[in-house]
Design a binder for this molecule. Sequence first.
Ligand code: PLP
Length: 393
Amino acid sequence: MSINEKSYAYGASKSSIREIAAYGARRKAEIGAENVFDFSIGNPSVPAPDVVRESIARSLELPPTELHGYTPASGTPAARQAVADSLNRRFDAGADAGDLYLTCGAAAAISISFHAIVNPGDEVIVIAPYFPEYRVWIETAGATCVEVLADQDTFQIDTAAVEAAITPRTKAVIIDSPNNPSGAVYSADNLAALADVLTKKSADLGTAIYLVSDEPYRDIVYGCEVPWVPKFYGRTIVTYSYSKSLSLPGERIGWVYVPATNPDHDRLIPAIAGAGRKLGFVCAPALFQRVLIDCVDVPADVASYARNREALTSGLSELGYHYIEPQGAFYLWLQALEPDANAFFERAKKLELLPVASDSFGCTGWVRLGYCCDYETIVNSMPAWKKLKESYA
Ligand code: PLP
């Protein structure tokens, strides 16, 4: 039987993060949830804010056809306007409802962005370590995924390495700050240097290089600012999701934003809509479009993640582990105690510790710990981390 072999391969190989999370769920059923220390998937344990529940309750009073009906493909004007107003209040963005396309989370927003700009044979640069699904979305849009290592001390973008990786086929660079998995927030200087490289290389090569800024963790930061990327580089497309900031990953709501300052704005807006149409990614969930109107400015519960971060970093540093101090998101990037991160993961797994090996994120020697789990999981995992460390003595 002839089927699409690429789709088969993506489905048959599975995401390693999801595989570990599924293993964790099975193991919890076998030995009790309190005995498994699952740091695998970025599923927030913090509840969605009460205002979300109140907003849903109000919507449920609407006539069913109004409540459950199709919206315009790009989202309702009211929801898009609410997002635009919020961007203007927060970043002086100059956004208009027409610059936004609402999506089923960042996953759809990023896929749509690539399908809007990429032609067969193009290349898209990712900064390793990177969110593994980027590769799938880049390849399915017809491009090649080109990995460029971040600076291995600071995990900022190594702009000289990006410059060296740009070719006449480079169509885009995708960045993610605060970063999953390293927790780094790219500084204004780092973004300015990246913008300089992209501007210079596009001028030298006579090409247009886009910057896709994927920002689902923008609102989860520990005392630092996340610069607004379109201020640094014109050809930016921003993608966002409420999965993490409002703890709504299962509800699938996010957006693509093309700033008016993007020189290709007027052609990109229809291309974004066309990519959504092509992929069948139209009419984001109507109920959650309504929620956005009420909740677009509701802050993320950073305090809960800050408490988890403190418990995890202080516990692990006392045990002598080396990690990158996370500035944002809810991931800790921990150096494995041997060069082979998979071997380190297997040893951790025997102690019921479930991080994710860095090979999944495009580099070796580290593991990612998602600390969006319960506080108790972090505190109770410390004896196992101690045993793991001692096993390398
Ligand atoms: N981008 C990054 C960096 C992520 O970590 C995730 C999810 O974990 C996504 C995109 C996808 O987010 P969503 O759940 O909104 O599709």
